[in-house]
Design a protein. Structure first.
Length: 198
């Protein structure tokens, strides 16, 4: 800790990733995304890795880290691996331990809501606002308090057009004491295959 933060964590220069760091989790958890970038910057400089592996579950984080590495011209390859899920679809996370038995039974509704939105995209629906509204409604019906349920351009999380070839469906919602996040990627190339993905 002292090697990484000689003057303490609060005195470390902040690393900001404009736009990407201000939306979604950055909006609902101010300072969190810039904190991720700051820690990544300091750690990469100290360790100088050739490769860093991140899980796709926190999709916004993977984009933030990739943008930081690109902007700061760091010689680090960022590898993003698929989300690991329980048998019922719930994304594995340390936060799941905060769920009681009833909440644990409700929790897979987050993945189901994302899956239903992806299936609608596969079927050709492009009214993104309607899909987002339905996603939030499903979460609320299953006991969640949604922070967001959105469909964004996969490359930069900006608002998509109806002819996008790659989209991200992202959600964050509170269930009891746990704030759960998850996402699914959609591409026009796989739309005809019926794949849901991880």
């Amino acid at each position: 800790m002292n090697e990484l933060y000689p003057q303490g964590p609060d005195a470390a220069p902040r690393t900001d990733v404009p736009t990407l760091g201000d939306i979604l989790c950055g909006a609902s958890r101010p300072g969190h995304v810039s904190g991720v970038a700051t820690v990544g910057n300091i750690l990469f400089k100290a360790v100088q890795p050739d490769l860093a592996v991140f899980g796709r579950k926190d999709y916004q984080q993977t984009l933030v880290v990739r943008r930081m590495v690109q902007d700061l011209k760091m010689p680090v390859e960022i590898l993003v691996v698929p989300t690991v899920r329980e048998a019922d679809g719930l994304a594995m996370s340390s936060r799941n331990r905060y769920l009681d038995t009833t909440q644990r039974a409700q929790a897979p509704a987050l993945y189901r809501s994302l899956t239903q939105a992806k299936e609608a995209l596969n079927a050709g629906e492009r009214d993104f606002q309607a899909l987002e509204d339905r996603g939030r409604e499903r979460l609320t019906e299953n006991g969640f308090h949604p922070d967001y349920f959105v469909i964004r351009r996969a490359s930069d999380l900006s608002a998509p057009s109806t002819d996008e070839s790659s989209l991200a469906i992202l959600a964050a919602a509170r269930l009891g004491k746990a704030r759960l996040i998850d996402n699914l990627l959609w591409s026009a190339a796989e739309a005809g295959s019926g794949q849901v993905g991880r």
